[in-house]
Design a protein around this ligand. Structure first.
Ligand code: FES
Length: 177
């Protein structure tokens, strides 16, 4: 049978009981150190991932993606003369009169409600506070401070209507087709 030596006092044999106690303590120390090591590694990994995420966010472009402001409104033949067509997705009226086309904003100039074309009354009405406009956007009555703006309208190379909602134009500017 081999003798267990006291680690602090080399050469001094330990009794079986003392040897068991130290072994248990060593074992517990090992476990504790192992657990602390794993926890430490976990903390380092979490901190590393956090700094990678922050660095990625810092270097990625801070861009706000907005819907395009220019859109195609289709072939002019889609719109009969003397018509006002509401394009809901764009919140724009495509108006065709004998003199040509114009694009009118459907957003009320009072507080920004979306207006509605009323063909029976031949006018555009705002459901929020009662402003009324002619088909060409001219204000008739109500709290709206001004007429509905006109957007630039042109023809694409392949003959479709093209509206630019970023470009306001004078109501007198019509697209002759
Ligand atoms: S938002 Fe149109 S009248 Fe107020």
């Amino acid at each position: 049978m081999s003798e267990t030596k006291h680690p602090a006092l080399p050469g001094v044999p330990l009794s079986g009981h003392a040897a068991n106690e130290i072994t248990r303590r060593d074992f517990l120390n090992e476990i504790t150190l192992g657990a602390l090591g794993i926890a430490g590694l976990g903390s380092v990994a979490v901190a590393g991932l956090g700094s990678v995420a922050v660095t990625y966010q810092f270097f990625s472009p801070n861009v706000l993606f907005e819907p395009p402001t220019t859109f195609r409104a289709g072939n002019p033949d889609l719109y009969p003369v003397h018509s006002v067509t509401f394009l809901q997705e764009q919140q724009v009226y495509i108006v065709r009169m004998p003199e040509g086309f114009y694009a009118v904003s459907a957003v009320c100039t009072h507080l920004g409600c979306v207006t509605q074309w009323k063909p029976d009354a031949d006018m555009i009405a705002c459901p929020c506070h009662g402003s009324k406009f002619k088909g060409d956007g001219t204000k008739i009555e109500g709290p709206a401070p001004r007429a509905l703006p006109h957007f630039a309208i042109s023809l694409t190379a392949d003959g479709e209507l093209l509206v630019d909602k970023l470009q306001n134009i004078k109501p007198a500017q019509v697209l002759k087709v």
